[in-house]
Design a protein around this ligand. Sequence first.
Ligand SMILES: Cc1cc2nc3c(=O)[nH]c(=O)nc-3n(C[C@H](O)[C@H](O)[C@H](O)COP(=O)(O)OP(=O)(O)OC[C@H]3O[C@@H](n4cnc5c(N)ncnc54)[C@H](O)[C@@H]3O)c2cc1C
Length: 466
Amino acid sequence: MNAKFDLVVIGAGPGGYVAAIRAAQLGQRVALVEREEKLGGTCLRVGCIPSKALIESSRIFEMISSGLADHGLSVAGAGLDMRALMQRKERVVEQLTSGVAKLISKNGVTVFNGQGRLKDPKTVLVAGEDGESELVAENILLATGSATVELNQLPFDGERIVTSTEALAFEEVPKRLLVVGAGAIGLELAQVWQRLGARVTVVEMLPQIAPFADKLMARLLLRILKDKGIEFHLGARVEAAMIEGGSVRVSLADDGGKTSEIDCDRVLVAVGRRAYTEDLGLSKVGVALDERGRVIIDDEFKTSLGSLRAIGDLVAGPMLAHRAMEEGLAVAESLAGLTVKREIDIVPAVVYTHPELAMVGKTEEHCKSEGLDYTSGRFYFKANGRALTTGDAEGAVKLLAEKNGGKILGVHILGPSASELIAEATLAMKLGATADDLARTVHAHPTLSEAIKEAAQAACGRAIHA
Ligand SMILES: Cc1cc2nc3c(=O)[nH]c(=O)nc-3n(C[C@H](O)[C@H](O)[C@H](O)COP(=O)(O)OP(=O)(O)OC[C@H]3O[C@@H](n4cnc5c(N)ncnc54)[C@H](O)[C@@H]3O)c2cc1C
């Protein structure tokens, strides 16, 4: 089949499908190419959504097994039905991926199911089940996302040494799980399986968990996760792994050269993700990549070939679904000639452990290394009325701002509902608010959000409850 479009999007993840819908709304004829049957990309199929479904189920299990005594409540015989738990996760994924398919169809986007490959800067070949299609377009958007990084010393076998995709679908709780990498994915899945009964050890090459986070907040989270029973080896490198019978023996070396061994049943390797460009034909058409294999773009998302644009995990920047979506919108609107200025530099990030760690803007380490004249205000949830009423009062808010109640530079929240609370800080930063503005904003009482106001008051030197 041969067809002509205004825009062909390759990859139906959060970046690609959002771009396709918005471009179609703006009157473009759009084709969306996706090799998987389900639309929604890594995020909906094997990322954000299934991981959060398991996080919720395992958190409820933990609460009814051991977390209600403080409220004077008890539940007899808390049981775990892994099949039902996984089926619920699948139902959530199904609901969202089929919802995306409906939206795509409602907006008149034509979907081509198959592997997309560039023939030239204006033509995409799609190898589908019914043969090959040739799609010609004025503009092509690359949104093929990312894939898990593999370690030479821990090659994936899909059974004992696995990626997050398999770790989201274990049929049984592993007795001993080793997680390599203490980034968001590693920490979230470590906590899921620890709550469900696994003995979990996390190994991280760097001296800090969540290495992108503010040091203080990462340290607080580490202490809490250790108290919950997760074991950590920081500043440790995996040297080798040997599969013996049903288990894996992993050799570690720390920064001082001290070696140790860990025996486990399964190893989850979560050391990062890399841009996915396989079989896309980029080198053939001459799209330039950076030293890490990511597509190089300018500030209008244009690659080295002007008619080709790229967004999301495929290009440099935080590998986050909401960033990809925002970039998809920006590309669609600029192609339609809208001159909406989109600043995608204030991007919140969340680690969905319990407590959650959410952040936006600079860390204190950034402020120091940039030589900024800043001040920091802190407020602990143990002094927040709402957090105490819910029995969920671990963690703190830290707000960094220019001195004397000036512009907010960064907000870091470790605590209950941090993933929701961070939106207030993100909006404040987007609107260029000051610490004084936040400190003078009336917040409902008793709410968790008062902790942000209190941190702002502290940054202005007028803390009340601390
Ligand atoms: C376990 C896990 C948990 C995560 N949790 C979060 C979270 O809580 N919050 C968050 O913001 N982010 C999270 N992420 C990251 C998030 O999933 C990604 O940042 C996001 O999906 C990137 O979107 P994208 O559109 O760039 O690419 P993707 O979502 O990766 O989509 C790319 C799509 O392109 C398709 N494709 C690739 N090559 C071709 C080709 N040649 N032809 C046709 N189709 C192709 C792929 O099949 C895929 O569907 C998580 C990731 C993982 C793995």
